[in-house]
Design a protein around this ligand. Sequence first.
Ligand code: ADP
Ligand code: 5GP
Length: 223
Amino acid sequence: MIKTKKKGLLIVISGPSGSGKGTIIKDLLQKNENIWLSISCTSRQPRGSEQNKIDYYFLTKEEFEEKIQRDEMLEYAQYGENYYGTPKEYIKSHLDNGEDVILEIEIQGALKIKELLPETLFIFILPPSMQELKKRLEGRNTETKEKIEKRFATAYNEINEVSKYNYVVVNDTVENASNKINAIIIAERCRVDRIEEVYLNTPEEKIHENIIDKDLKNEEINI
Ligand code: ADP
Ligand code: 5GP
């Protein structure tokens, strides 16, 4: 019997504003009880039906800067005129519990996580086209025309960073994109470097134990 690591996966999901990250993650959370979504802090104002402590911890700029001073942020970045950051609290306990943890963050923050925790899984969401991205940003109806233009212009720079991620998923339909991310997570859990222990019981299994052992230690196997 092969036992995989009990610790959960840390998963970073990024992509241009309006590409559908929030919508896809909502779908993923509904289908997968073992995923926990980290709630970020931000100094921006709530928009639409957003609620404090559910969508974000909405803070003033000063409150956010105090958190930085107290070293309470795993990472943070400025996007537009506002701060966004991942609080350190809770992440470790959820991972240790065996839950997968999603951080829905922009690229500067993702690169910081790559430095700190290189074993993290990095997924980038792309819209099917820039025309469709604009349509989705406008259709969401949560920002002013000026802010939409800014987010749309930023999207071009963000898309250039896609090569820094492990996987790219085009959000054509929410169902397709969510299924692809689910498949990526399943595949990641099967990776050899995430296997923690191998328990073998019968003599036949013992043979496999030796092979697996040699493979893992990168030793030569005589055929
Ligand atoms: P993000 O979190 O990346 O900023 P959202 O999840 O808020 O993006 O999605 C932006 C808008 O696009 C929302 O109005 C959402 O309902 C819509 N949307 C998301 N995914 C799709 C899709 N596959 N097809 C059509 N509309 C979508
Ligand atoms: P929005 O204002 O649309 O909610 O978010 C703007 C951008 O900030 C998005 O790209 C989103 O992924 C990113 N973001 C949200 N939370 C965090 C965070 O904790 N850290 C970083 N670095 N970016 C975040």
